[in-house]
Design a binder for this molecule. Structure first.
Ligand SMILES: NC(=O)c1ccc[n+]([C@@H]2O[C@H](COP(=O)([O-])OP(=O)(O)OC[C@H]3O[C@@H](n4cnc5c(N)ncnc54)[C@H](OP(=O)(O)O)[C@@H]3O)[C@@H](O)[C@H]2O)c1
Length: 340
């Protein structure tokens, strides 16, 4: 093959692969948008709730210790309130003392449950997460339910004082470190312990990628968030496998599209466009609470849940499934970054 033929051949191949990637990404967004509009909105919740059984939410959980991160607003607040209303001892993990104290007293007066405790911790900081975990270790009490809810979608690249990209630091590294360090206390609550991670349907638009801090191209906060949520789902799958004999169940879930302070701040256009058709925070928290209350035999550890049922982790023809094999090397990286 002559030199010019060869370079034409390379150029055609490069442009075919970029067109194919462009089409695949477009399809992922379209599939997510259509599926989401039908299912993730308030209308979807009302439709799915026709199959809900009210008796499944009636269990009392006095004596169970629950830890909920990011519990001063939105879905985390509604989760903490729902668990406290059913008698649990709830530790709300918040980064702001002021917002945390306000949430604690509001939950206490709404539920009449005084066993609601505030733990200050910025989940984006490994140092803070480790300090929190040591405080719990000193208490030496079982943790029955850990809800990894704290999450952010920062549109701009921000860096934490420890040097990590902010979305990654909260959604992935903080969640990973918190869960790993809580495992011994969760084991104390075996066989009924569970870890519930509030992921997002946004992950449908992304495969699992090892570029954890979005260094390979120009920063895109929405894409980074989707990547982070995909990591949470794949981590949950892996935790279920590696801890299968420890009596701890691991579940990731999607709350649907709920009107929360986080959504109106991070996605103002989305929030305005879907105004009136978004779920309430309580509707977003419904499946978290459901996962906390069901007998474990009913649940699939490692599963991804939505509206009180197991949901697919991949949408059709989005070519995201094979990517989950990267989770082992991602865990090695997280372990090293968290210095565990
Ligand atoms: N709402 C939706 O439609 C939707 C859809 C899919 C998934 N989700 C997921 O649901 C979870 C809750 O989101 P939301 O919509 O309820 O948003 P939200 O109202 O902003 O709540 C997020 C909570 O996380 C806390 N948080 C953020 N960064 C933190 C940090 N570094 N350390 C400790 N706490 C931190 C926030 O505390 P501050 O008040 O201090 O910021 C807040 O309490 C997130 O994981 C989100 O990705 C939400």
């Amino acid at each position: 093959m002559g030199k010019s033929n060869f370079s034409a051949h390379i150029q055609i191949r490069i442009s075919i692969s970029s067109v194919a990637m462009y089409l695949l990404k477009t399809w992922r967004s379209v599939a997510f948008g259509v599926y989401g509009y039908q299912n993730f909105t308030k209308k979807g919740f009302l439709e799915h709730s026709k199959n809900f059984r009210s008796e499944e939410m009636q269990a009392r959980i006095e004596g169970k210790n629950c830890v909920v991160t990011g519990a001063n607003s939105g879905i985390g607040y509604a989760t903490a309130e729902g668990l406290a209303a059913r008698g649990a001892t709830v530790y709300i993990v918040c980064r702001s003392k002021e917002r945390g104290e306000a949430a604690r007293s509001k939950i206490q007066s709404a539920t009449g449950n005084k066993n609601v405790h505030l733990e200050i911790c910025d989940v984006s900081r490994i140092g803070d997460v480790k300090t929190l975990a040591s405080r719990f270790s000193v208490k030496d009490e079982p943790v029955h339910i850990l809800v990894n809810n704290a999450g952010v979608l920062e549109q701009k690249r921000l860096t934490t004082p420890e040097g990590y990209e902010m979305n990654f630091a909260v959604n992935v590294l903080g969640t990973y470190t918190m869960t790993e360090l809580m495992l011994p206390l969760l084991e104390k609550a075996a066989p009924d312990a569970r870890v519930i991670t509030v992921a997002s349907g946004g992950m449908y638009t992304s495969p699992l990628t090892e570029d954890l801090q979005f260094n390979s191209k120009e920063f895109n906060g929405v894409e980074q968030y989707a990547r982070n949520k995909r990591v949470q789902v794949a981590l949950t799958e892996k935790w279920a496998e590696t801890n299968k004999d420890k009596g701890i169940g691991f579940y990731s879930m999607h709350p649907g599209w709920a009107e929360t302070p986080g959504v109106s701040k991070s996605l103002p256009d989305f929030s305005k466009t879907l105004s009136g058709n978004l779920r309430t925070s309580e509707e977003g928290a419904d499946t978290v609470i459901w996962l906390a209350l069901q007998p474990k035999e009913k649940l699939v550890s490692g599963g991804f849940y939505f509206d009180r049922a197991e949901a697919p982790k991949h949408l059709p023809f989005t070519a995201t499934k094979g990517s989950h094999s990267a989770i082992d090397s991602i865990i090695v990286k997280l372990h090293s970054l968290a210095n565990l």
